[in-house]
Design a protein around this ligand. Structure first.
Ligand code: ADP
Ligand code: MG
Length: 200
């Protein structure tokens, strides 16, 4: 259970509130074009996104984690290498779709924050795709389970995640619904509920 600013100590309730607040913030990020002056593909941009989404919820918003992290037996970048890894990732090329996804996969392996990496990184990815290719991922077309399986496989082989996201690319870069689906929390538990934009 993560320490939070909301005085919530129930996991289900925290997940619900966390999703609701971060989605509201994501809508502001989108409608006020707050990423327009950020350089796509930089850690600075990702840090800004994470801080903006989670600053009302977690003390660690926008701060690099100080613990080692693992999910389903996969260990994300060790703290010892994290800063160097972030520098290297930032310098990776991003002029083609494949290069962009390869960069995204590496950033996921780095997993710089304690929590909220998936959501902030999907916005970071869309920002790169939008500026470099004039496209974004239509997250409503991406099956969550397929996505999580493909991300789980991605450190070994990135073909699945490339195919999955490639077939969901859209030129509707200013469509709020397309954007907001990307910010669903991928944490599943019984009774888990995802807010729709109009409910916020
Ligand atoms: N086994 C795995 N190996 C690598 N990456 C994973 C694995 N499982 C999940 N992921 C990635 O980690 C993200 C979840 O990270 P997390 O920090 O909990 O973010 P969030 O809270 O926004 O979902 C998923 O969206 C996915 O991209
Ligand atoms: Mg999570």
């Amino acid at each position: 259970m993560l320490e939070n600013k909301l005085w919530i100590n129930n996991l289900a309730e925290l997940s619900r509130e966390e999703e609701k607040i971060s989605k509201k913030k994501a809508i502001i990020l989108f409608t006020d074009n707050l990423l327009n002056d950020k350089t796509p593909g930089t850690f600075e941009a990702l840090k800004f996104i994470h801080k903006f989404l989670f600053e009302d919820i977690y003390e660690f918003a926008g701060k690099i984690r100080d613990v080692n992290l693992a999910k389903h037996n996969f260990r994300f970048a060790s703290l010892v290498y994290l800063n160097v890894a972030l520098k290297n990732i930032e310098n990776m090329p991003q002029s083609t779709f494949n290069e962009i996804i390869e960069k995204y996969v590496e950033m996921n392996i780095a997993h710089p924050f304690c929590e909220g990496n998936g959501r902030s990184m999907r916005i970071w990815l869309d920002h790169i795709l939008k500026v470099e290719l004039g496209k974004v991922v239509d997250w409503s077309k991406v099956d969550k389970e397929d996505y999580l399986l493909a991300m789980g496989r991605s450190p070994i082989k990135d073909l699945e995640i490339k195919e999955l996201l490639n077939k969901s690319l859209t030129e509707r870069i200013d469509d709020r619904e397309v954007f907001i689906k990307g910010i669903d929390n991928s944490y599943y538990y019984e009774g888990y509920y995802t807010y729709k934009a109009e409910e916020l």
